[in-house]
Design a protein. Structure first.
Length: 262
């Protein structure tokens, strides 16, 4: 490692340290300045129709797996035996990774995964290649309604996936890919500059629940760093967020996994 690399590596290490927390004046956060908490999820655009997902009864069949076995057997898998995923399987995976247990008030809800300060900064985009009864395209999960909205209908999902993961071919055969994209302000509202560190921690918890849900549903998955953009038409502010450098989508945060049949 040359001197230049060493300096920048050391600089990046700062993100892992908690020392920043002692230097930030949290009295200046928007939360402490009395600004309202940002919404729990991005709004649905005019004309977008909600696609309801099957509820709890649909995944009764996934209850049989012992949690100890699920933890022990979890692994990353990069080939997929079955061509398509059922809506029930997709629904279960979305519930396991971002499902809402209880809305506590405006801007706060308990979910099936933990999140620092209960900020839950992520939106889930679903890149559907082959899911029964869903046309191929990009969807977004509405955790509050346990439903989907279609963002884009497109038939080039495999190509999109390979290029967004820097040429990892195996992803093109995944029936579905979940992309967790941060809405940074949800966490910055409370944590200011310390938000980004905890958002990185949060996304790991989400991904682990996906691995465990895949064990229960006898599917498989692999976490992958997604370095592409999700090109979706949206409200002015949200499309700017998705495309801008201020989100972590382009830079380093979002993880992508593809649940699939074993
Ligand atoms: C944040 C993260 C990013 C990863 N990125 C990739 C990737 O780009 N391609 C890949 O094939 N596996 C990727 N993996 C999977 C790891 O290679 C895998 O977890 C590791 O080899 C250990 O294997 P196991 O998950 O089966 O225990 C990633 C895992 C994590 C947690």
């Amino acid at each position: 490692m040359d001197k230049g690399n060493e300096d920048s590596v050391r600089q990046m290490r700062e993100l892992m340290k908690d020392s920043l927390r002692t230097q930030v004046n949290f009295f200046l956060s928007d939360q402490n300045q009395g600004l309202p908490a940002p919404p729990l999820q991005k709004p649905v655009r005019e004309g977008q129709e909600l696609i309801p997902l099957p509820g709890e009864k649909a995944w009764e069949e996934f209850r049989g797996v012992d949690v100890v076995d699920a933890i022990a057997d979890r692994r990353s898998t990069r080939s997929f035996a079955r061509a398509s995923l059922t809506c029930e399987e997709l629904s279960f995976m979305l519930w396991a990774t971002q499902g809402v247990k209880q809305v506590l008030g405006p801007g706060a809800a308990l979910r099936n995964v933990p999140s620092a300060g209960c900020r839950h900064a992520f939106e889930t985009y679903i890149l559907v290649n082959k899911v029964d009864n869903l046309e191929s395209g990009i969807y977004r999960y509405l955790a509050l309604e346990h439903a989907l909205v279609q963002e884009q209908c497109r038939d080039d999902i495999p190509t999109l996936l390979t290029s967004a993961t820097l040429g990892q071919e195996f992803i093109s055969s995944a029936p579905v890919v979940l992309v967790w994209a941060a809405v940074p302000y949800r966490s910055e509202w409370r944590y200011l500059e310390t938000a980004h560190r905890v958002m990185l921690m949060d996304v790991g918890h989400i991904c682990q629940n996906l691995y465990l849900a895949c064990e229960a549903a006898q599917c498989c998955t692999c976490a992958v760093v997604y370095s592409g953009r999700i090109p979706c038409p949206s409200t002015r502010s949200s499309s700017m967020r998705l495309g801008s450098r201020s989100t972590m989508l382009r830079s380093f945060l979002p993880r992508l996994s593809q649940p699939s049949a074993r």
